[in-house]
Every structure is written in structure tokens, then in C-alpha cells.
Design a protein around this ligand. Sequence first.
Ligand code: ATP
Length: 253
Amino acid sequence: MATSAAEMSAAPNGEGGREKREGEKRATPNPSPFALYPSQAIGVMGGTFDPIHYGHLRLAEEMAEAIGLERVLFIPAGQPPHRGAPRTAAIHRLEMVRRAIAGNPRFAVDAREVERPDPSYTVDTLTALRAELGEEQPLWLLLGADAFLELPTWHAWRKLFGLANIAVAARPGAQPLLSYDLREPLKSEVLKRQVASTSAAGPAGSVQLRQMTPLDISATALRDTLARHGSARYLLPDAVLDYIHEHQLYTHP
Ligand code: ATP
């Protein structure tokens, strides 16, 4: 069952997004019942999570702490449009995310993308969240550097800036995160939108490039390790590893 973002507190505490004209066109349906109370920002952590690992969890945790996120929504992709089909059925990936985040009150899972039969475009997910949470709710899309560098290949990518702020974490193996090293067209967007402090960001439209504890873990490497019956212990939560063994996932290359 998807976590309803509308159940979470949403309150006017931002300064208005940079893409105001786009923002003004959107309606604010169903204001949250908690709308009178100030709330903090919400993070959106998308991914294939095939399987979820400590790289994902630390990214979310460190960004949540640095930005002051009240909640991070983990949104497993159904059929990601920009890559091949996930190795593992959505139901397993969703359950692994649930197990991985259990016990962290700041983390929640949102199943909307796996419940959708069509490709999961981030722009559609953020549009839906924005409609549920209202115009003033600060939203932060959390991305690793490799995903961020691919952003211009995403569907309607420039619209993302009108819907959320973006926090990018350096990732081992990806290009170092310095705005002047980025290639166009991403570079211009970052130079225009980069903020030194998250307190300078409104509900949407800002970008922050941040360091995190470097963890050279990838789902691809994990799948390879599991397929050759190597040890994946301490690279992902035990509860996820138990689930993988229980359901005999990733047993073949
Ligand atoms: P795969 O190896 O199958 O491509 P992955 O490990 O990169 O998977 P994804 O589910 O594709 O995981 O990633 C979701 C998000 O998490 C992306 O924004 C990605 O950049 C980020 N991410 C994944 N692993 C790390 C890591 N070790 N450090 C920082 N960010 C990460």
C-alpha cells in the first residue's frame, strides 16, 4: 500500500520556487490537514533498488540530516524508462526497501511507481506529489552523482526544477561534483540554481552538490557477488540479505 504523501504534514514555510510562473499554473488540491503547522522539507529518494544497499541508505540519511528533512520517501521504480528492466520483480524490490528502512521513523516507502503499469517518469511522480502536498512544501529530490549527470536524458528534465529542489551526492566512480566541471546543458542549470545553504532554498528550483561518506557499493556489483555465491554481508542490511536468500533472488548472473 502506498504511503499517501497527503497524510504527511505540509505547510507554507518556503519562499516560493524560482519557476514561479510554472508554479502559479498548478492548483493546490487537498491541502493537508496539518497545513496550519510548520513542516520541514521532504526528500524523494527514487531508484531501482535492485537490491537496496547501504549506499542508498546513507545517501538518504546524510541528506536528511544535512538538509533537515522531516521525511524521506523511498520510491522504487516500476519500469525505469532510461534503463533496462530490473532484474527483480517490483514486489520483491518494494519488500526489500520496506525491510531496509524499518525502524527509521524518518524513512517511508511510497509504492506509487511500482503500482503503475506504464514507465515511471520522475516528472510524473513529482507532479503528483506536488499536487498532494501543495505549492509551498519544500521537496528535495535526492540523487547520486551518476544519476544527476544523466539528468538531461530524462523525460521533461527541466520541469523537475519547477517541482523540487535537487540535492546531489558525490558517488565513488562518478565524476567529481564541481559545477564548473559539469557539461552543458546541466552546467548552466546548476550555475543558475546552486545554493550554498539549504536555508536559501524555497519549495523547488535550487540545486545543492554535497559530499557524503564515500561508499563504493552498487547494486550491479552486489548482484554479481550474489550470483557467484560470494559474501554480500555488511554491504546491505541483514534483513534485506535474509530476504534475498529466502526468495533465492540474484542466484544467476
Ligand atoms: P545499479 O548498479 O543497478 O545501477 P545502483 O546501485 O546505482 O544500481 P540505483 O537504484 O540505480 O542503484 O540508484 C538509486 C539512486 O541512488 C541513484 O540516484 C544513485 O546515484 C544513488 N546511489 C546508488 N548507490 C550509491 C552510492 N553507493 N553512493 C551514492 N549514491 C548512490
